[in-house]
Design a protein around this ligand. Structure first.
Ligand code: ADP
Length: 261
């Protein structure tokens, strides 16, 4: 990683280590004025009552009848959807206000943690999540923002795939970039949909997904968060075959730990 004086610093990383530093950019600084601080404060205040509603619903599940359990389950999953929307909103507010907390983070470890968080979603749909990662890849990112971006992609991969299908998360280095991809074998996207995919409130008119709940804000959020990191996101998809979303993070400097290459 680059130290403050611009020199490359190497530190021991154990096996399979890669060290790099992503160029931090503040693409959203100019949006600061437009950003509605008050809305962010209000949305932030939704979070704690929601957390207590979820906590009490979970508590009630223990002694509930099967019928009540079903209702409580629906209440909990709906409350989780609101919580996710709140977290996305707050994260975008932070990135717009250019207050991303850029630190050197092990992206491979971050992916493993996100995969553990997403695991119940996969299990529920009998889906398999494969991880194809180096042991460590150090990049300068905002841990929470990148986690939200990845969780959004993983949740879409589950939502827009059939039960029993497989999703692969791959992390690799290519030229001056770190590439993080999420590949599914789900419904896929038409070329027209791919053009509009990252727009706010976009939802495909594909009849295969009309039952799937959503707001069309997830991918827009992901795109904003990645742009705030100076990166980009691309989709490669074929209708009926599946989709691969790839996050490109630019590396200022890449240092391969010599004995491990
Ligand atoms: P939401 O899922 O809440 O609708 P998103 O912004 O995350 O919102 O996604 C926008 C739209 O893009 C979805 O409604 C869906 O039509 C399409 N989409 C997103 N991810 C995938 C995917 N992995 N496979 C197929 N279609 C997808």
């Amino acid at each position: 990683a680059l130290s403050e004086n611009g020199l490359i610093t190497l530190r021991p990383l154990g096996t399979g280590g890669l060290v790099g530093s992503v160029t931090p950019t503040n693409h959203f600084t100019h949006l600061l004025e437009q950003h509605d601080q008050q809305a962010a404060a209000i949305v932030h205040d939704f979070r704690s009552p929601l957390t207590s509603i979820m906590g009490f619903a979970q508590f009630m599940e223990a002694d509930a009848t099967p019928e009540q359990k079903e209702i409580l389950g629906i209440m909990l999953s709906e409350a989780r959807r609101i919580a996710d929307l709140i977290d996305d909103f707050l994260m975008v507010s932070r990135s717009r206000a250019a207050i991303l907390d850029m630190r050197e983070v092990d992206l491979a470890a971050l992916i493993r943690r996100a995969a553990a968080v997403a695991a119940p979603m996969f299990t529920e749909k009998h889906m398999v999540l494969q991880l194809d990662l180096p042991r460590t890849v150090f990049v300068e990112i905002d841990d929470r923002a990148m986690t939200r971006a990845l969780l959004n992609l993983l949740s879409n991969a589950v939502k827009y795939s059939s039960p029993f299908s497989e999703v692969t998360v791959q992390l690799r280095m290519q030229d001056e970039e770190v590439l993080l991809s999420v590949q599914d074998h789900g419904v896929g996207l038409s070329p027209e949909d791919q053009q509009r995919l990252f727009g706010r409130f976009f939802r495909s008119s594909n009849p295969a997904i009309q039952e799937v709940k959503g707001t069309g804000l997830g991918l827009h959020t992901v795109k904003e968060l990645i742009k705030a990191h100076g990166g980009e996101i691309w989709v490669d998809s074929e209708l009926g075959m599946g989709s691969t979303f790839t996050i490109h993070l630019p590396l200022k400097e890449t240092v391969l730990v010599p004995e491990l290459v």
